[in-house]
Design a protein around this ligand. Sequence first.
Ligand code: PLP
Length: 497
Amino acid sequence: MDDFMPEREQTLDPADWDEFRRLAHRALDDAIGYLQTVRERPVWVPVPEEVKTSLRQPIPVDGQGAEQTYSELQQLILPYASGNIHPRFFGWVQGSGTASGIVAEMMAAAMNSNCGGRDHGAGYVENCVLDWCKQIFGFPKDAAGLLVSGTSMATLIAMVVARNKYAGVDVRRDGLGASARLVAYASVEVHESTTKALETLGLGNQALRRIPTNSSFEIDLEKLTEAIAADRAAGLKPFCVVGSAGTVNTGAIDDLDSLADLCRDQDLWFHIDGAFGAIAALSDKLRPRLRGIERADSLSFDFHKWMHVQYDCGCVLVRDGALHHAAYTMRPPYLQGADRGLAAGGQWPCDFGLELSRSYRALKVWFTLKENGTRKFGDLAFQNVQQARYLAELVKQTPDLELLVEPTLNIVSFRYRAADLTRAESDSLNKDIVAELQERGIAAPSTARIHGDLAIRVCITNHRARLEDFDLLVAETVRLGREVLQARHLSSPHYSR
Ligand SMILES: Cc1ncc(COP(=O)(O)O)c(C=O)c1O
């Protein structure tokens, strides 16, 4: 207290608000310009060594002010984005963001609400978004849910609820105990976030039975039934089936309705990983493919993928809201609710998940949905599915390329083919083509394995992509394939033609 001088009290607020206003307006203009001109830039630029070095600076003890820091942000950070806002970003499964998302995120930053609980606007906005989700997916009004960082977290949260229900012991109080014998089921195509969830639950990844798929990459129901029976006979305790509504490799959708029947008959928890595919429910044309989604015990999906809400935002819905609440609620005296005042508000988001302090994810989802309406997102999803068909046809018509699987949703897998290459050589060639496409800033597909072959995988969750982008992708893939082959002194029959 000795050296505290009230006349020198500090704050982080700007000393000169007008100066800050000018900087902030410039930054907003820069952000809008950045987005508006994205098509003119390379999809991706590797971070140069000197920039990496510049980002390994010692921690600043004395600040340099906002103006200089913003100038560094422009030089060191802005040019080196991951590229997913670009019209030709087709890698993994990533959304493109929206222009208005800048506004929603800016306002959320101004409010800086802690959305773990208490009685303020954010809780009502989040409940509004969750109610909309229940409507979209046909969940009952008394279902519960939570906005989370993404589908990985959503799946974990749901599987905790499932484990606690089927454990046969009070897991929250006593730990795993007999529940260590619990086993879950999903197809071999399931995303690894389900494996991670089982590991995190303390059940181990061996507790996930990976069931083969049919020729359409959908879970084989007969083999699933056999696996459940075998586990029961061995004294294990089947508790959960994870269905995929859009697999990461090919976009396959399991037969969700049949899985719901099976889970009902076998008394198993039915979880659906709908990371991107669930958004197809917004399209009248695609929705029938998701029949059965409304019967899931829990569903995880993302707003940041096929709905383009700025990162990050996923969602978990749990049919039995009371079970969801019971799995997470914990209110020590410092988090007691109240009938009135800021501590009111009944059930808080922290009663449904792991996070206490949380950002205002709901605001950007609310804004995006109010601005565009669900129909628009359904139309955009269908547009991407049509583009996938267009690309598949283009690949089929291109002699140097081979379509590896007919697209059923928005993912196209193909490869450059050259005669007389071993599988390993062909894999390495296609891997190099993908790297070249990325490093030259042309396009950013990723890779996948289809029937053992390394594929150039194009996932179209992109509202900026146009048909001409797929024309360019195919032309450049062929050009680079020939170039890489030539560089390796290998011959291609098509090249020599
Ligand atoms: C089918 C599927 N499930 C789960 C995930 C994980 O989602 P997130 O990255 O939002 O955690 C992904 C990511 O691409 C996915 O495609």
